[in-house]
Structure formats: structure tokens, C-alpha cells
Write a protein that binds this ligand. Sequence first.
Ligand code: URA
Length: 210
Amino acid sequence: MPDSRGAEPPDTTDLDRLRSAASGCHGCALYQDATQTVFGEGTPEAKILVVGEQPGDKEDLAGEPFVGPAGKLLDRAFEEAGFDRRSLYVTNAVKHFKFKRDERGKRRIHQKPGRTEVVACRPWLLAELRAVRPDLVLLLGATAAQSLLGPKFRLTAHRGEPVDAPDDVADLVPSAVATVHPSAVLRAPDRDEAYAAFVADLKAAGKTLK
Ligand code: URA
């Protein structure tokens, strides 16, 4: 059962302390089945903070964000768009893997996090934003976008364009661009076209910094 243990981030901008505290978070039920908390990674000096949905199977085992197939695609797209991943801070809206088992109980199948999990995890994302103070927040997919921009935000209407953050997070999100999640590119019927549009969104996001 979720409980309040470790659910509140400590009042610090030290990412190592935040990571360590998040490892004991019981703020939603996902901690029970996941291997570990997958906290964000990257430099506290990052000008761009990237937010995904939640760790997948590979990330859950490795304890690092975006190291599986979606991460590989993301790395390639970052490179093509002129971003060096080492200069970024990369995290997720939800920091535990949510999954169900297949019928044979073997494979772990990704489940989209619900609003309760997104809301429970949001204080950690806000704590990361407070620690990094990025110039731009790049939101990958609707879960990430809605976590910061609110549940009414429609990615299809605003992808690739600068959007204003709501007042409650405006000081932490000076500028935001949302695009699709890299997994959606992997699943797209025309993957090349979806990939090109994704890279174009990343380039457009990068231009807002200059
Ligand atoms: N998908 C995400 O949203 N985040 C990860 O870390 C991996 C896959």
C-alpha cells in the first residue's frame, strides 16, 4: 500500500540527496513491484531538462532513465538535433516502472501511469526543476506534458511550439516545448516520417534557447 514514507522530497537542491531520498518513496503503489526508483540523470548545470513518462523495463533494471529502445532513438535524435546528452538533465514524470505481467507471467508489459501516480510523483519532478533551474523544459509525450502543464494540455494541438507553463510552476518552467514520446516514433506506421518530425520538434525547441 502507498503511504507517506519518503513521499515528500527533502528541502534541498542537491541532486544526490534528492536521488537518495527518492529511492525510499512510497508515495504511490508503484514502488511495490518496481525494482527501484529511477531518478533523473545529468548535469545540474543543464540548460535543457528533458521529461519522459516513466522508466521502462530496461530502465527499471538499470536504474537509469532512457537506456532502452526509446532511449537509443532519443540519443540518435538528440545528436541529429545538435544536443549533446551529456549537457542535458533527463528525467521522467513518474519514477517507478508500471507494468503488468503477460499471461505466462514472464514478460513485463508497460502500463501507462494514471493521474494519481503522476500527481504523487510530481513533487520529485518539481524538486529536480528547483535543483537544475533549466532555461527550457522539453516534454516527451502527453504524460510528461500534462504533469507540468496540466491535464487539459493537448499535445496534438501544441507539439513543437513554445508553450507557457501555468502560474504554479511558471518560475520553474521559464519555457517549455512538448513533443511526442520516442516510443510513439518506434510504434508509428511510418517510422521514418515520425522520426523526422520528432527531430524537427527537437530542433525547434533548441532554437527557442538562442
Ligand atoms: N520511456 C520513458 O518515458 N522514460 C524512460 O526512461 C524510458 C522509456
